[in-house]
Design a protein around this ligand. Structure first.
Ligand code: TRP
Length: 454
């Protein structure tokens, strides 16, 4: 596999699919998806989410990969190369900003996951639901600790990018993905056999259609789909720029989407049955702490629960790390490609900037919550960052990418890029319709509908 920063190619399609799925599968699947399902009213959110994945995100995934492979550049470079002298490079610039913005709150939650390796291994989080909830509350109220953990996550990410340890990542991901799937399956089986699991499954699988047209739910589902698939900010574009000309982009895109979506759905099969087995559980009230409150309860029902718990949080941390790497790589690649910084300078300065931005998210649940809480909106800084970047910046990035590929650079160029080297492009007519009409219209309608209803 090529070292990021030197324009090479991945060693194989499998290598690419691993790296791209490593970027896609992360906290978004295991922490974000169940949290959003809980706030979005259960199964109806799942339905809308799946529709967004298939109709909007899959075509945009193809578009990003095609752009990256054609241009062989970072997002800003790619847009300006394909339309020199225009303002389209701004779409790439939005992506570079989004990478830093998302990483700033992502690293805080990844830091919580690191701490929970220790807490579950040592048996510190046990007891009834109240005790576990209180534990999480006390833990996140310790602002300096959250800041320190976020710093640990960011420096580790920076260190990986500094060394360009792509082969290291490939090796880790190869082991990590099967281990994570196996552990999730075991936990899902255990969760399904808990008392109260049926209520959880019903919540997860039986849609309450009264919320089908709720703009907040639709917008959150769209944002979550972009976030989970690492779309809308040029991360897939950047990874596509390292993809060999011979590989079929379409097969690769379908693999990444299928893998990522299965992992998210699987996480729901763990969280909701276990949650509903707890007396008085309210999925909508848990917010970002959902998995940290529910999972330790599940582990305490398993023989060897401390071991399972620690293994789970180790895998979650690793999954988060392969995602933070792709988030940091976008602004870093940009500073190298466009501003001609050295990789070392880029990594150090970007990581420091992201860390400063992470501080309010890390402190938001604690003593200074009053300062970072937006008056009148009632959300903490971390949730607010999530909403701004996921629900607005990513879909807007995706919308502009679709318009660019569908109408400016044009679909025949894209189809040509896929097919020139002998790969086939199944369903290219369907893809053209989706990218030209369905994606731009659907995303615009959802964004306008959300803004109007605010
Ligand atoms: N997709 C990752 C997750 O689900 C997060 C992520 C990594 C991401 N790279 C991204 C999100 C680029 C948006 C854009 O955890």
């Amino acid at each position: 596999m090529a070292t990021i920063g030197q324009r090479g190619t991945w060693s194989s399609r499998a290598g690419f699919i691993l790296a791209a799925s490593g970027s896609a599968v992360g906290l978004g699947n295991i922490w974000g998806f169940p949290t959003q399902v809980g706030q979005g009213g259960g199964a109806v959110f799942v339905l809308i989410y799946l529709a967004c994945v298939v109709l909007i995100c899959l075509p945009i995934m193809v578009a990003e990969l095609v752009l990256g492979r054609r241009a062989q550049l970072d997002p800003v470079g790619a847009f300006s190369m394909l339309r020199p002298g225009s303002s389209w490079w701004l779409v790439g610039a939005l992506g570079v900003l989004a990478g830093a913005g998302i990483l700033s709150f992502y690293s805080v939650i990844a830091g919580w996951s690191v701490a929970y390796i220790w807490y579950t291994a040592t048996g510190a989080v046990t007891g009834d639901a109240d005790a576990i909830g209180t534990f999480f509350g006390t833990f996140t109220a310790n602002g300096p600790l959250s800041v320190g953990l976020a710093l640990l996550v960011l420096t580790t990410t920076g260190a990986v990018l500094l060394g360009g340890v792509q082969s290291g990542i490939e090796r880790v991901t190869k082991l990590l993905m099967p281990a994570l799937i196996a552990l999730l399956l075991i936990l899902a089986v255990r969760a399904a056999t808990l008392p109260g699991a049926a209520a959880g499954l019903a919540y997860y699988l039986r849609p309450d259609f009264s919320r089908l047209l709720d703009p907040a739910v639709i917008n959150a589902a769209l944002g979550q789909a972009f976030f989970s698939l690492s779309l809308g900010m040029g991360a897939m574009l950047t990874y596509g720029s390292y993809l060999s000309k011979r590989e079929s982009l379409i097969t690769a895109a379908c693999w990444v989407v299928a893998l990522d979506t299965s992992m998210a759905l699987l996480a729901g099969f763990i969280i909701f049955p276990s949650g509903f087995s707890i007396e008085g559980f309210d999925p909508s009230a848990s917010g970002p702490g959902l998995i940290f409150a529910v999972l330790p309860r599940l582990f305490s029902t398993l023989p060897g629960g401390q071991l399972f718990g620690a293994a789970f949080f180790i895998l979650l941390t690793m999954a988060a790390l392969t995602s933070t790497i792709s988030l940091l790589e976008v602004p870093v690649a940009h500073c190298i490609d466009v501003h001609k910084w050295t990789r070392r300078k880029a990594v150090i300065l970007v990581t420091t900037g992201v860390f400063l931005l992470a501080i309010p998210s890390a402190l938001g649940n604690g003593a200074v919550a009053a300062l970072t809480r937006m008056p009148g909106i009632g959300v903490d800084f971390l949730t607010m960052m999530g909403t701004i970047w996921n629900n607005f910046a990513l879909p807007v990035g995706g919308l502009l990418t679709a318009v660019f590929v569908g109408w400016v650079w044009r679909v025949d160029q894209a189809i040509d890029e896929v097919e020139t080297h002998g790969a086939s492009f199944p369903a290219k007519r369907l893809w053209s319709v989706l990218i030209r009409y369905v994606c731009p219209v659907a995303i615009s309608v959802i964004i306008v509908y959300t803004i109007v209803s605010l």
